[in-house]
Design a protein around this ligand. Structure first.
Ligand code: B4P
Length: 192
């Protein structure tokens, strides 16, 4: 059980839980959002391109994101598996990931979906804005990111549900409680 995805609306705790799963299970966690933010900070050409979209709460174009993920998944540290956090977010990204995995005859073991209602998510992200000042954590942009999740990423979730590899986890509650639920869900998926 080593190749996993974690999907959820903005603020559902993907990044938070991905870090914990990575520590507990020893798989490398790869967050497309973190890679973009590191590039924005470093003012690289990728960061300059991505910033325009991120500040508006839009998805970075698939062509840019897909290439970045392909390059990251060709690095040595993913040989024993990975946990992708925040990718795929569109059905085109699902198809692209399918192609990457098909080349090495790999497949996904489990897809975790973290759920939470929109008002809880807005409150969490406004809380984070006070602490970190992330440029995409203001209410207008947060609501736009949530709309995009409903319009585009829920179709991604449906695809993995059809394939029978989706596991839903309630993301509401204390962070430790959610971690316990996530680890149990992974164990249960392993047992299938
Ligand atoms: P991300 O970095 O993925 O941003 P996010 O959706 O807000 O998730 P994040 O991981 O930061 O938050 P989390 O839910 O862990 O993406 C940022 C941007 O990058 C996107 O808008 C897009 O522009 C671009 N992008 C990334 N991937 C892309 C892709 N595949 N295609 C195109 N564009 C892409 O947690 C949020 C907060 O909630 C934290 O402050 C945490 O402390 C708190 N929290 C977590 N769990 C909690 C709990 N149980 N209770 C209370 N608070 C909790």
């Amino acid at each position: 059980m080593t190749r996993m995805l974690i999907i959820g609306p903005p603020g559902s705790g993907k990044g938070t839980q991905a870090e914990r799963i990575s520590e507990r299970l020893g798989v490398v966690a790869i967050s497309t959002g973190d890679i973009f933010r590191a590039n924005v900070k470093g003012e690289t050409p990728l960061g300059i391109e991505a910033k325009k979209y991120m500040d508006a709460g839009d998805f970075v174009p698939d062509s840019v994101t897909n290439k970045m993920v392909r390059d990251r998944l060709s690095e040595d540290d993913v040989e024993n598996g990975f946990l992708l956090d925040g990718y795929p977010r569109t059905t085109a990204q699902v198809e692209y990931l399918d192609e990457i995995l098909a080349k090495t005859e790999e497949k996904l073991d489990v897809v975790l979906q973290l759920t939470a209602d929109d008002e809880e998510l807005v409150a969490r992200l406004l809380g984070r804005a006070k602490e970190t000042g992330r440029s995409d954590d203001n209410e207008t942009v947060i609501r736009h990111r949530l709309d995009l999740y409903h319009e585009q990423t829920e179709a991604v979730v449906a695809k993995y549900a059809e394939r029978g590899i989706l596991t839903r986890v309630d993301g509401i509650g204390a962070i430790d409680e959610v971690t316990d639920r996530v680890l149990l869900a992974i164990e249960a998926a392993k047992a299938v």
